[in-house]
Design a protein. Sequence first.
Length: 610
Amino acid sequence: MCGIVGYVGRGNAIKPVLAGLNNLEYRGYDSAGVAFCSDTVFHSVKQVGRVSALESELAGLAITKPNLAIGHTRWATHGSPTKLNAHPHYNGSRTIFVVHNGIIENHEEIRSMLESANYHFVSKTDTEVIPHLIDYFYQKFGNMDKAFETAVKELKGAYAIVMSTKHEPTKIYAARLSSPLVIGLGKDSNMVGSDASAVADSSEQIIYLDDYELAIVERKTYKIKNFKDKKAVDRQPEEIVLEDVAASKGDYEHFMLKEIFEAPKTIQNSILGRINLDTNTVKLGGLESVENNLRNIDRIIILACGTSYYAGLVGEYLLEEIAQIPVEVQLASEFKYRKEPLGKNTAILAISQSGETADTIAALKKVEDLGLLRIGIVNAPGSTIARMTDAGVYCHAGPEISVASTKAFIAQVSVLNLIALWLGQGKSSLYKELLTNLAVLPKTAEKVLALAPTIQQIAEKYAHHSDFMFLGRQYEFPMALEGALKLKEISYIHAEGYAAGEMKHGPLALIDENFPTFALCASKNLYEKTASNLQEVKARSGKIITVTTKETTKAVKNLSNENIVIPEVPDQHLPILEAIVVQLFAYYTALARGTDIDKPRNLAKSVTVE
Ligand code: AGP
């Protein structure tokens, strides 16, 4: 998953292209590059690492202000993060420059066809076949519009492509299949990019391209065509819906810490206008259009990846217990290839922070023609998943910059609580208590944030360990999984999350004095059960950090090497408070280990390839 951008206009094209790349760096930061036309000569500059490295490289060059430029920030799929594999890629005569997001699945086949036609390749990437293939057809037809379209039709896989060429120095060519691509319309310029944040700086309106569409964009004009049915596409531009992507860290050292400390506001924003304590009701405007369908479904399949998948696991417990609806949570990347019977009264619920995760999009596409109800819980407005689902609920967590998802998870679980209550009204004896407690949860979250210094001390004490076990039961089980993921993502410590009852069926073999356990043991209903599992850990000299409430502490006090006491809430709301604890623990552990917290190695914020 990479970020791509292009600008054609009267101004200096490098500036908006670099601004776009900085906003897209959450998509990948292995390398960055630009190509631009200056005095009719095309140049390309690439650098390994951050966009900032590219900016310093460009700052040292004497460039006459180009009016057209394209750019790329990379997350390596094919070929390691080197300058040679960085984009833009170009043809032998350096007259065609391409940036690409996605995977060309038939690149080897195309490469060998081109090599037998005497084309020479310099990189190990799949992308490099594109400029050579366009050149191949340009030699054949002598017309760039035709050459571009013909080449694109040869490609299999997922792609968003932006191309510029010496042969048409006033045009930017773009094409999309599965990977997101937009056109940004400005006063005296037009742009293309991976999402709204790429073009926002110089555009007032936006057009979302759909699959099998290509566009030829010039300073004042653009034309879109569907290259499958060869028809021209006339799509109305939309206002750019963009939350302030250039959010600053404020006084926080990292976006992750800032986003963790936004928890009270995040919960507040996700329930705002959706809970009415006077009438004891929940209002979800985004689902009202499908309310009748939803009330007749007999099964929900939740689809998601990573942290969103763990939010889905919490949702499973909530929807089954409160709304009495059978739920199955599936990894989107597995669902796509499963051959399971899907009854017509099954609803699909996709959960995604970015709304651009390719695995989740592909899973939703799988059921596109089955007429099943598809709803979404999404944080990014206007994203692909928000636009492809029948209805949904926005999380309103605001832009999440840090790669490790924190506030979006808390917003997703808050929204899942709302949906369970909305569908469970009149079905659950817990309804009133949960509704009332959810309304005051922002305040309770502040009390957990006040534990940060204690959590930091514990994290620093255990940061030298290279393995960690996370345990929990029922609502705390997904939190054990999420806690382990957060620690893995940003501290690079090997961490496993397990249902506490599962320990004795194998993982207990891992435990010794060098393999500490982080145990979530605040559940009013199950803390004694978890305590007995911790006895097993203690018996193997395992060190234990426990998260408890005043009431549950007594059962594990003697077993705990460290203890973090959180406020009492219903078990159903423990995931929201414990998310803050495990996020802070991971953050302070990573801080003590000096890793790159906001942009951890090998990861990216939005995974737009399968
Ligand atoms: C979580 O911290 C990670 N960034 C990752 O697991 C993420 O949750 C996953 O890629 C799903 O992303 P989405 O919510 O944007 O679909």
